[in-house]
Design a binder for this molecule. Structure first.
Ligand code: 1HN
Length: 357
């Protein structure tokens, strides 16, 4: 939409020289000419600085285990390797709005209780039986469970098992940074006191029901009662969808979004998450959307093309697809993917757009 002055009749040498002199004098006052940058500020379509990228789980895991030999979870507060997008150097971001990291908690360790404005999700990569506690309620984690720690809630992690536990952290850190709205606090003890038995809120809110009345019914924040979405529940739901006889969506395959039971909306205010199943041999049509998305390969092998850049997929690989890059997928055998993005936030701001090609 914007044209620079150079598109018009060329500036005379004298005009150009006088403009440069003007810019030079204004700059120390914090004043700049919009006409020199308008075309870069208001883009005709997204031009993400983020790049398509894949992290090989085995490679990242080897570094994470080395970190495990060198620093404890307690010393580190959180022992995490940040998955930084190569196009967003120094920003600790996987997309301009989202953060991703791989967190390790070793047998016997505790990651101490804290709370912050940022919303987080955990997607379990390996290990079974460690927990995340949210406001004193444990979610016992198994591979490919989704666990939320919504903003403002005390959370600590512990691993009472004899094997390492690794999960992917997804947070809205860059979004909160953008709004200059970060607050954080440490709890006075390592763990927030246990309030209810593990699984309590899943029982109350995770069965398409909610407490009708009762003293403990409102213990969870009313806008965010459920924080555990077990693999044991979402995986059979995908299989049932695939077996229903409906053809897979040409762009998405069989896809299910995780919901907040309180309003049927996305899981958290800033982050949406979904899973999809692509039957063996299935190839999607290309699709682009404004929500840069982080994918975890849960099972299967195949290929992704991101704006025609090919990437081979195998279990536990992590792939980022930036905003408005066309994604095409092929499943060599049946593929299951988990994905999270800032779609929830973009929809609130009336920004979200998708294009099925
Ligand atoms: C955080 O609270 C966790 O609780 C993990 O496990 C990673 C990265 C930045 C800020 C807070 C956690 C985090 C984080």
């Amino acid at each position: 939409m914007a044209r620079s002055p150079s598109d018009e009749a060329a500036l005379s040498n004298d005009q150009a020289a006088q403009l440069q002199a003007l810019y030079g004098e204004m700059e120390p006052e914090g004043l700049f000419p919009l006409w020199e940058s308008l075309a870069d500020l208001v883009l005709p379509q997204p031009r993400s600085p983020a790049r398509p990228h894949k992290w090989d789980y085995a490679d990242a895991r080897a570094y994470l285990m080395r970190a495990g030999d060198l620093i404890s979870a307690k010393q580190a507060e959180r022992r995490v390797l940040i998955l930084e997008n190569p196009g967003l150097s120094g920003l600790s971001s996987i997309t301009p709005s989202l953060y991703a990291g791989l967190q390790l908690i070793l047998p016997g360790e505790i990651a101490p209780a804290h709370k912050h404005t940022q919303c987080a999700l955990r997607f379990v990569m390996e290990g079974e039986g460690a927990f995340t506690a949210v406001d004193g309620e444990k979610a016992i984690m198994r591979p490919f469970d989704l666990v939320l720690t919504p903003g403002g809630q005390w959370h600590d992690h512990g691993n009472p098992t004899d094997t390492p536990m690794i999960w992917l952290d997804g947070l809205d850190i860059p979004t909160v940074r953008h709004f200059d709205a970060s607050f954080a606090e440490h709890y006075e003890a390592d763990q927030f006191p246990e309030q209810v038995p593990p699984g309590d809120s899943l029982n109350r809110y995770g069965r398409n029901m909610r407490p009708l009345k009762g003293a403990t019914a409102d213990r969870r924040p009313t806008h965010q009662p459920l924080f555990h979405y077990p693999y044991a529940e979402w995986r059979p739901a995908l299989d049932a969808l695939a077996a229903s006889g409906d053809a897979p969506d040409p762009h998405m395959g069989h896809a299910l979004e995780f919901l907040n039971p309180i309003d049927g909306g996305p899981i958290m205010a800033t982050i949406s998450a979904h899973v999809r199943l692509l039957p063996a041999g299935f190839e999607t049509c290309a699709r682009r959307s404004t929500d840069g998305t982080v994918f975890v390969v849960v099972e299967g092998e195949g290929m992704a093309w991101i704006d025609a850049q090919p990437m081979a997929l195998k279990p536990r690989d992590i792939v980022v697809v930036p905003s408005w890059k066309a994604l095409r997928l092929r499943a060599d055998n049946q593929i299951v993917l988990f994905g999270y993005s800032d779609k929830a936030c973009q929809e609130k701001l009336n920004l979200y757009k998708e294009d099925n090609l």
